[in-house]
Design a protein around this ligand. Structure first.
Ligand code: ATP
Length: 239
């Protein structure tokens, strides 16, 4: 091991009945870096994140956050262990205010003052959430709900943020807004694992990427190099 990995995943496998969705996947997220996972619909991206979180049955030879073994940690304890999770489809609580949604993200933290400071940081990062803090989350646009979902995950002060297709269903302008947020979090040194169908966004938000096909790593490399690969350009960038 390198000793600098935020996340170490080794031999991750997910079966749904007879279907193998993720096959013997191994990779690391270096501390302070963003790693992307791109692939077509059904390639196994969502299953990979759910498997890390312990939300689907999986087998794994190693799963560590820093030096901490997560392979036997229950899904409900992952946040307390330092993993932030932004699920596909956002899943904000529509009947609660923006602020209440954010506070729910801090449930594993102890001190009121610390949580208050966390809220202020989120409002600084997402001006739109500050403006909308008293509004019901269900009244927000899709892009605003995505910001809220990311903000809620950050409220737990994660050591690693897992993001499942944050660009899904958003207009090009809002995808740019999401990219700006991810780049800022990256500059602040947050370790991230970004799963996306939008390869262009992913290459701009990450240092390295895995390309997954049929639950396996088909290609891996720096994002700067992959974005110029002829096969990647044809299949994932439509160029
Ligand atoms: P998407 O872009 O749709 O999220 P993905 O790359 O995230 O795709 P997964 O959702 O991880 O892919 O799915 C990988 C494979 O596992 C697919 O063949 C899918 O049909 C199958 N699969 C996913 N969830 C289940 C489930 N609960 N039961 C059975 N098969 C499933």
């Amino acid at each position: 091991t390198t000793g600098t990995a935020a996340l170490t995943v080794s031999g991750l496998t997910v079966h749904y009945g007879g279907v193998c969705a993720v096959r013997d996947l191994s990779f690391e997220v270096p501390a302070g870096q963003a790693v992307g996972v791109i692939g077509a619909n059904g390639a196994g991206k969502t299953s990979t994140l759910k498997a890390i979180m312990g939300l689907v049955p999986r087998t794994v030879t190693a799963l560590r956050l820093g030096d901490v073994d997560l392979s036997r940690v229950a899904a409900r304890d992952m946040v307390r262990h330092g993993i932030g999770y932004v699920p596909e489809g956002r899943h904000v609580f529509p009947g609660l205010t923006v602020e209440k949604n954010l506070l729910l993200g801090a449930y594993a933290r102890r001190w009121d003052a610390e949580v208050r400071a966390g809220l202020d940081e989120i409002y600084e990062l997402f001006g739109v959430l500050a403006q909308m803090r008293g509004r019901l989350a269900g009244a927000l646009s899709g892009g605003q709900q995505q910001m809220l979902s990311i903000g809620r995950a950050l409220m737990s002060r994660p050591r690693l943020l897992l993001l499942d297709e944050p660009s899904m269903g958003l207009s090009p302008k809002l995808v740019e807004d999401i990219l700006a947020v991810l780049q800022r979090l990256g500059r602040e040194g947050l370790s991230m694992l970004l799963v996306e169908q939008n390869a262009k966004l992913t290459f701009e938000a990450t240092a390295t990427c895995l390309v997954v096909e049929n639950g396996e790593v088909a290609m891996t490399g720096t994002s700067a190099k992959l974005r110029h690969d002829p096969q990647v350009r044809r299949i994932y960038l439509g160029l």
